[in-house]
Design a protein. Sequence first.
Length: 401
Amino acid sequence: MKTEKPNIVLLQGPLGPFFADLCDALGGLGAVTHRICFNRGDHHFAKAGHVVKYENGVAEWQDWLETYLLAHQIGAVCCYGDCRRYHAQAKIVCDRMGLHFIALEEGYVRPGFVTLEQGGNNANSSFPAKFKAGETADTPPIAPAQIAGHFRFQFWFAFLYYVVKDWKLAGYRNYAHHRSGNGVLEMLAWLRGFFRKHMITRWRERGLARRLIAAHSGKIFLVPLQVAADMQIICHSNYDNVRQFIAQTIRSFAKNAAKDAHLVIKHHPMDRGFQHYGGYVRRLSKATGCSARVTYVFDLNLDKIFEHAAGCVTINSTVGLQALEQGVPTVTLGDSMIRMAGIAPAENLETFWKNPGEVNKNEIANFREQLIATTQVPGSFYRDRKVATMGCARKIVQIIG
């Protein structure tokens, strides 16, 4: 029986108060919100019509959730990151019960957008198959929100979340977090990243883009790395970690690429303080005889490099779409949306180095436009959040009907 007001459960959201603001926006549209908290970090930012603690651990989660959904006549479950262990199991429960499962993620197109889809994100998204089958409808383009400089807000929310999460686990001792480490280690990593950027790499890499272009224009293969803890690697690729991807790429490049080709491996900016692959890249490049043809960087203007790139190699990074938009042939080695949609011109890494293929820029532009119209909401999770919360709330209510 359908209740007069839709009941919506929210699980874990982006770090910070975004889900609290979303509950306010949903309430303003007539929905009744339920926030399930798994640790004190969740609870610190929780705000909803009903705020509930879950204390029983992963093993009992599905049964507990199904009982809760039935008892409160829930129509939809909403979360951030569909591959987190609690969220993946919630998807199973929703599918079994015939309820809406709505997943948010960082924007597929950045900056200025966040992602909201029914059923799942990235490789779990229904969009690539629909696009490939020609089932997406033509819709007017949507402009991104003009929001900049949200990094310090994200840092502050992460600091608060992890400090509170680890400060007192009373009532949440069975909680299993999706990332290793604790609040102290997280903050040290962020500070290390700040130090590396402003005290080391900004000076060491000054003028590097100009030098790379001058020496290797038209022969550069860009390899944008992803965050080590990225669920897209863990759940949607055959790699156990980023190092395996680096190793395969360098070995294949050394064996198959032209001798005047140059490999540029770029570290992910959000992983700057957590990982450093410089020594690993140097050792592997030396062992494969291509050390003079491999450059490992932290800070590089991708738009400048795209103009002079012969190709781009990713697992399933959103940079792949950016490269294709710039006309750069791209191969994705994981379960990426562009690969599933059939718009990446290359699928085989071994042949890619000498025959990257050509990009159909009209098809890419159409894909991007439909991707935005179907899956993106203007705004940010961290700054000027009202833009995104209102857009997400309207879309959720529209999905529920």
